[in-house]
Design a protein around this ligand. Sequence first.
Ligand code: ADP
Length: 570
Amino acid sequence: MEEIDGNILVAMSLAKFGIRHMFGVVGIPVTSLANRAVSLGIRFIAFHNEQSAGYAASAYGFLTASPGVLLTVSGPGCVHGLAGLSNAMANTWPMIMISGSCDQNDVGRGDFQELNQIEAVKPFSKLSLKATHITEIPNCLSQVLNSASSGRPGGCYLDLPSDVLHQKISKEQALSLLHNIQTQNNPHSSLTTTTTTTITTTRISEAVSLLRHAQRPLIVFGKGAAYARAEHSLKKLVESTGIPFLPTPLGKGLLPDTHHLAATAARSLAIGKCDVAVVVGARLNWLLHFGESPKWSNDVKFILVDISEEEIQLRKPHLGLVGDAKQIVEILNKEIKDDPFCLGKTHPWVEAISKKVKDNVEKMEAQLVKDVVPFNFFTPMRIIRDAIVGLGSPAPIVVSEGANTMDVGRSVLIQTEPRTRLDAGTWGTMGVGLGYCIAAAVASPDRLVVAVEGDSGFGFSAIEVETLVRYQLPVVVIVFNNGGVYGGDRRSPEEIDGPHKDDPAPTSFVPNAGYHALIEAFGGKGYLVGTPEELKNALSETFSARKPAVINVIIDPYAGAESGRLQHKN
Ligand code: ADP
């Protein structure tokens, strides 16, 4: 009778649950697991560092609405993977981390890479399970996959001790275990089964009445709405009511930034003066100034739409609608349809927003049109924006990180399609760039991926350019190289003292570092650019080649502000 071991059973279970991609770093005791998964048709993207692989798994969960899977070795591998797991939790994205762990018989004896991994992952996961026997593998996997994507999505963890991976059962028993897993535990059915919206009709009528009678209504949407694929229902809501809208950074593109009701360029006015704001799939956290004055008006009434009851309880909005963003917006649309209303272009609020948008866009353009050399942040960003717009549809996925690079990029780069922007997100996580690029290329093979990142963000995981080359992923990484974190040495003379005063500043890197040469070491294309013409040529070549490339853009080290737009926090 044919026998199979734990490694094979994990691979069979993953394949059965519809997992198509895994990210990770192999080693003891999970190498065979990865090979088995590949032999069953799962694409394994092997990274250099679990941190980056974990970031990839988290973003993959967002982009595909099914859990990204990270595989790590035991002990230190699991600890490195916590970066990705915690990032998934902070952003509410579905992912699972599977880590090998030491033999259960050796626990407490100082075994190779021993760690109580279940305890270590607890603060960063919705559910953490250990399979203590091979027969528990299918059920444990099913549970973590299901939990990761049900309700408010997040990170989950599965611990696989090495003795469990080496245990054997008959293939027949394995198939029977897999067969017995209920279909409701299948992660791919979980999104629809667990987010069914059950809100009372009175709440819906109240929400519509608030919007109907508002003087200055606003629709805000975030990455929860993007995750819920709410773009069509939101478009209908915006266009049927004529209410201006404001996306959060990762909500950008659900409706095009160029839409006539987009209030992005009039953000301060929109949030400062609105009297009713329906906020869909976005937390009233630091990114939205906690929904408080002085950024928001004191008497704004929030209608909060969120999958998480806990979130609604925390924020205490005027009205909370718990459920899936797409479903709730559809219900709102239905309710409005029976008695439609539309503000129209001449409504004073719509006019005020449009005028502010026009003024601010003109001001920004005046800054952007100048060709400043050595480069500030604006000149190269404009050139990149125009090159991206020139690509048309399908629009590339833009990955962005860094203080000034991300801030300036968010205002200048134009998003026209949903889920085409990934950035440092809720946690302000730096170092996500390469992992996100790889996830995006794997999850959306029809799209080019363009990373626009600071040299500091790039440096966290720069070695993963080898991964780009190895898998020949269509990713162009543009590094805004200003020689350090925020720029060069920005210390005042009083700050430069003591026995180590001759050391480089904590904020500075080697000036004019040759980041483009890094990818050339692996056979990718590198470009060093310092003028508009050089940048345009590099973009034109790399965008049409759709091959791994790094464009090293030399920026004036004194351009931009320390801490970007968060100076008050530093
Ligand atoms: P942003 O960074 O864009 O402001 P946040 O991460 O702060 O977005 O908020 C996303 C919110 O979306 C979270 O509170 C999460 O619970 C919620 N969410 C996740 N999935 C859904 C969904 N399917 N429908 C509605 N809300 C969702």
